[in-house]
Design a protein around this ligand. Structure first.
Ligand code: PLP
Length: 397
């Protein structure tokens, strides 16, 4: 019907599309573009994982699987979470999905009804408000607290509490946090769960970057004793194992909900790709050395990026504790240049062939208007060269 058409028309597409499209044009013309807009590791999927998928294909493991995933993968995911986070997840509380996004979609679809409010700490990953709106719900944006370059971003727990109404259904927590690079503390997570319990609100948790933690005391929501009563937990293989295109993720939720959600999943995608699931088992159970090496590399890249950015006058940058993004405040630069953040990103690309994403792509509040997001999922030399160009662009004026 028309109303559904309108909802889809209003959805925001892939973030940063105009910038990546423009970057592609520039590359075609022969310019060397440095792209800080990337949202995936630049590492190949580890060999043993690729080999396992090939094995599964050779053995003819190419049919439909159980809707919730092959039993060995559900068990491997439960084992992994329990070992790592000292939790008590059971295999039948795990639904394997084609990516964390699909897991999050199930979570939102299960709980958000028309008229429901969903509290979204802002800035945020773009899909949370979009899916909320798609389901007829209302995103309620609560800005993070910007504590300056040394301390970074914190959840504003008072504001979150004050934003709760009788229509509030859920709070979304992405930790480590895209786009700010924040890792929210154990204290913040405990307090948030307390609020959710008191007010009987669901916490939709996205911990897709849980392996990309460099500093700080990361506390997984799945490690709370009573997670079952208040938490729907999404994670996946995309970032940790450099498997973005494989599409493999999972949702953890108490058993009764999990079995109901498979009814929705079977009507949309039936199952995650069979041989990809086999590769997923291998990823979790085999050596994690390649993951650890990758994280070490990312940590060095973060240091390079932050050090270089701190040399640029007017840029205030928090040293990300997690993810592979930094989210510097360039308010002073914008004031001096007399432009807004989108013009900044466009001109930097046109004149210096460097892609950064304006905070407005991630934010409905003031926290978008003076910030940019840069990914450090590229080599140290490229990072240094890109920030050098940014510095030339800023300081020339
Ligand atoms: N959640 C966050 C916060 C992300 O940044 C991303 C990818 O950029 C995803 C989820 C999507 O993960 P997947 O590839 O598993 O769907």
């Amino acid at each position: 019907t028309m109303s559904i058409r309108n909802i889809i028309d209003a959805l925001r597409g892939e973030t940063g599309f105009i910038y990546t499209a423009k970057a592609r044009e520039l590359s075609k013309k022969g310019f060397k573009v440095i792209n800080f807009g990337v949202g995936q590791p630049d590492f190949p999927t580890p060999k043993h994982i690729v080999e396992e998928a090939k094995n599964a294909l050779d053995k003819g493991f190419t049919g439909y699987t159980d809707v919730a995933g092959i039993p060995e993968l559900r068990q491997a995911i439960a084992d992994y979470l329990n070992e790592r986070y000292n939790s008590d997840v059971k295999a039948d509380e795990v639904i394997v999905t084609p990516g964390a996004k699909a897991a999050l979609f199930l979570a939102f679809a299960a709980y958000v009804k028309p008229g429901d409010e969903v509290i979204i700490p802002d800035p945020s990953y773009y899909m949370y408000p979009e899916i909320t709106k798609f389901l007829g719900g209302k995103p309620v944006y609560v800005p993070l607290k910007w504590m300056g370059g040394d301390k970074g971003f914190e959840l504003d727990l008072n504001s979150i509490e004050n934003s709760i109404t009788s229509r509030t259904r859920a709070i979304v927590v992405n930790n480590p946090h895209n786009p700010t690079g924040a890792v929210f503390s154990q204290r913040e997570m405990s307090k948030l769960l307390e609020i959710a319990m008191e007010r009987n609100i669901l916490v939709i948790v996205d911990e897709i970057y849980d392996n990309f933690v460099y500093d700080g005391d990361f506390k997984s929501f799945i490690s709370f004793n009573n997670w079952r009563d208040y938490v729907v937990y999404a994670n996946g293989f995309s970032k940790t194992f450099s498997m973005t295109g494989w599409r493999l993720g999972y949702l953890v939720v108490r058993k009764e909900v999990a079995s109901k959600l498979t009814k929705l999943a079977v009507n949309i995608w039936t199952c995650a790709t069979s041989f990809v699931q086999k590769a997923g088992v291998k990823a979790l159970k085999n050596s994690w050395d390649s993951v650890r090496e990758m994280i070490e590399t990312f940590k060095r890249r973060r240091d390079v990026m932050v050090n270089e950015l701190r040399k640029v006058s007017g840029v205030e940058v928090f040293k990300s504790k997690g993810t592979f993004y930094v989210y510097p405040n360039i308010e002073k630069v914008l004031k001096k240049m007399g432009i807004d953040v989108e013009t900044f990103a466009n001109r930097l690309l046109d004149e210096k062939h460097v892609v950064v994403l304006p905070g407005t792509l991630f934010s409905e509040t003031e926290l978008g208007k003076t910030f940019i997001r840069l990914s450090f999922a590229l080599g140290e030399e490229l990072i240094a060269e890109g920030i050098k160009r940014l510095r030339e662009f800023v300081e020339r004026l």
